[in-house]
Design a protein around this ligand. Structure first.
Ligand code: ATP
Ligand code: MG
Length: 485
C-alpha cells in the first residue's frame, strides 16, 4: 500500500519544530548510503501539536547491520541496543537517536515475544503496526508528512484511535490498552468510540501482560495528573490493572461525610492531588510531574475500605482500621506490579497516616514528623505529600468537611517553620550527637542512646530548645565546666 506524502509540510521544521542537528545527521548519513529513513512516532506527534522536545526515533529501510555499517563508516558511534528487534542507537555529540529497521511486528509485551521480527518492505507497512493514529505518522525534511491513518485529523479532533481494528490490535498486544489511556490522559484527548468499546471489552486480556509492564504504564497514567479521569472513563481497564479497585466501585459509604462511593471518591482525590502538584502550594516546580508516591497513595489510600466496613446501630458506616489495612494491601498490590521498594514504603506511610487526626499544634506535628523519621524517609518531602493527600482526601468527601482544608494549610505553614527553625524531630536533627556525649565522658553503649532519646523527647515537647548547650544542661551535664575543660 503506497501513500503520498503531504509535501507542504516538508522543510527545515515541522510546524516550527526543528529536528536536532544530530537526528538530521543520522538521516542524511543513512540516505547517502542508499537507504530510506524517516522520523517517526512521538516526535512527529508532538511537533504537530506544537509541543516540541520529544526524543527522536528514526525508522529505516535497511537492516540494523546496514544502518550500523553506514553510520560507522561516517564516523557516527553506534550502540547495538535492540538488535533482536532490528534496533540500534546512534550517538551524535551525546544525543541518542534510536534507529529501527522497517518491521511488521515486534511490540508484544505478553510474554509471547517473537525470537526475531519480520521485516517490512516499506515505511507504510511499518506505520501499520504502530498503535494509534497519532503515533503512526512519519516525517522527512524533503518528503514531508506521511500520514496513512489520518493521525493529523485525530490530533485536531483530540482523539486517540487505534490503527486498524481496535479489538484485533488489543488482542495482539494488550498493553496497548493502557498506552491508549496513558496517551489520552497525557494529551487530554478523548477516546475514539470504537477504540473505547474495545478497551472495555478486551480489558480482561490485560492479565496476559507482565505485571511489571502494567505497573510502569499505570504509574505513567497517574503522573499525567488525569488518573481520576482514567478511573471514571475507563473503569473496566483500570480495575483489570488493579483488581482490588473493582470492590470500591459503587461501594456506598453510608456516612454524611462522604458524598461519593469509594471509587468515585478515589477518582476525585486523584484529580485534586494532580491539581495540587500543578499549583505547588509547597513552592515546588509546577512544571515537574507530580510525585509518584503521592499519586499511588491517592489511588490506593482507601483500597481496604470494603474490607473494614461496619454499620453502627444508627445505620452509619465506619471503616475502622482501613488506613493500616490499606498500607498492607497497597504493599501487596505494588509488589505485584514490581514497584521499587522505596516507593512502596513511602506510599505505605502516607496511606497509614492519611486519616490520622492531626491539628495545627506544634507537638502533634513534630510527633507526625517523628513517625516518618523512624522509617528513614525524607521527612520534609513526605510531610508535604501528607498535607497534599489530606487536602485532596478532604475535597473528595462532602462539602461539610471542606473547612478542614484551612487547617491543613495552617499545618503546612507551621511544618515549614518548624523545619526552618531547626526543631528536632529525630536523633539526626537533634543538635547533639552520641559523639558529643562520649566526648564529655559518657561510656559508649546503650545509655548514650537513652540520653539522646530523652533529649529528643524534651525538645519535642518544648521542655528544652534544640541547641547543644541547652540539651546538655537538660541531660544534667555541667555545661559551664564542660566548656571550660
Ligand atoms: P513517549 O515516549 O513520549 O511516551 P512515544 O510515542 O515516543 O511517546 P514510545 O513508547 O516511545 O512512545 O514508542 C515509540 C513509538 O513506537 C510510538 O509512537 C508508536 O508508534 C510505537 N509503539 C510503541 N509501543 C507500541 C506498541 N505496544 N504497539 C504498537 N506500537 C507501539
Ligand atoms: Mg518515546
Amino acid at each position: 500500500m503506497q501513500h503520498t506524502t503531504d509535501t507542504t509540510l516538508a522543510g527545515d521544521t515541522l510546524m516550527g519544530t526543528r529536528p536536532s542537528p544530530a537526528s538530521l545527521r543520522v538521516l542524511s548519513v543513512l540516505e547517502a548510503s542508499g537507504l530510506e529513513a524517516w522520523i517517526v512516532g512521538g516526535w512527529v506527534r508532538d511537533a504537530l501539536m506544537g509541543a516540541p522536545g520529544h526524543d527522536i526515533d528514526i525508522c529505516c529501510s535497511g537492516t540494523w547491520q546496514q544502518s550500523s555499517a553506514a553510520l560507522r563508516a561516517a564516523g557516527v558511534s553506534v550502540v547495538e541496543s535492540g538488535i533482536k528487534f532490528g534496533g540500534i542507537t546512534a550517538v551524535v555529540e551525546g544525543e541518542r537517536i534510536e534507529v529501527t529497521a522497517y518491521r511488521l511486528d515486534g511490540f508484544y509485551t505478553d510474554g509471547r515475544h517473537p525470537e526475531s521480527v519480520r521485516r517490512a518492505s516499506c515505511v507504510e507497512d511499518d506505520l501499520a503496526r504502530r498503535d494509534f493514529t497519532v503515533n503512526a505518522m512519519a516525517w522527512h525534511p524533503t518528503r514531508g508528512l506521511l500520514d496513512c491513518y489520518d493521525g493529523r485529523g485525530d490530533l485536531a479532533r483530540r482523539r486517540i484511535r487505534a490503527v486498524g481494528e481496535p479489538r484485533r490490535r488489543f488482542e495482539e498486544d494488550a498493553l496497548r490498552m493502557l498506552r491508549a489511556v496513558r496517551f489520552a490522559c497525557r494529551l487530554d484527548f478523548d477516546m475514539d468510540g470504537q477504540t473505547a468499546l474495545a478497551l472495555a471489552e478486551c480489558a480482561p486480556l490485560l492479565d496476559q501482560v507482565a505485571r511489571e509492564r502494567v505497573g510502569i504504564e499505570l504509574e505513567g497514567i497517574l503522573v499525567t495528573r488525569h488518573g481520576g479521569d482514567a478511573l471514571i472513563r475507563y473503569p473496566e481497564l483500570m480495575c483489570a490493572a488493579v483488581p482490588e479497585l473493582a470492590r470500591m466501585r459503587g461501594f456506598d459509604q453510608r456516612t454524611p461525610y462522604h458524598a461519593f462511593d469509594v471509587y468515585d471518591h478515589t477518582a476525585r482525590v486523584l484529580t485534586v492531588a494532580g491539581e495540587l502538584s500543578r499549583f505547588r502550594i509547597d513552592g515546588g516546580d509546577p512544571s515537574a510531574p507530580p510525585s509518584p508516591s503521592l499519586m499511588w497513595a491517592a489511588l490506593l489510600h482507601d483500597v481496604a475500605k470494603p474490607d473494614c466496613f461496619t454499620v453502627d446501630e444508627r445505620g452509619r458506616g465506619h471503616f475502622y482500621g482501613h488506613p493500616k489495612a490499606g498500607e498492607v494491601s497497597a504493599g501487596k498490590i505494588m509488589r505485584r506490579l514490581s514497584c521499587p521498594n522505596d516507593l512502596i514504603r513511602d506510599v505505605g506511610l502516607l496511606i497509614r497516616d492519611h486519616d490520622r487526626p492531626l491539628s495545627p499544634d506544634r507537638v502533634e506535628l513534630l510527633r507526625q514528623m517523628q513517625r516518618f523519621a523512624r522509617s528513614g524517609v525524607d521527612v520534609p518531602r513526605l510531610m508535604g505529600e501528607l498535607f497534599d493527600l489530606k487536602r485532596a482526601d478532604t475535597l473528595g468527601k462532602a462539602p461539610t468537611c471542606f473547612y478542614y482544608v484551612e487547617e491543613i494549610e495552617r499545618m503546612r505553614e507551621m511544618c515549614r517553620e518548624l523545619i526552618a527553625n531547626h526543631e528536632a524531630y529525630s536523633i539526626k536533627t537533634l543538635d547533639l550527637s552520641g559523639a558529643d556525649l562520649v566526648g564529655l565522658g559518657m561510656t559508649p553503649g546503650p545509655r548514650v542512646g537513652e540520653a539522646l532519646a530523652r533529649a529528643l523527647e524534651g525538645a519535642v515537647i518544648g521542655a528544652v530548645p534544640n541547641d547543644r548547650n541547652s540539651l546538655l544542661a537538660y541531660l544534667g551535664f555541667d555545661v559551664q565546666s564542660s566548656i571550660r575543660s
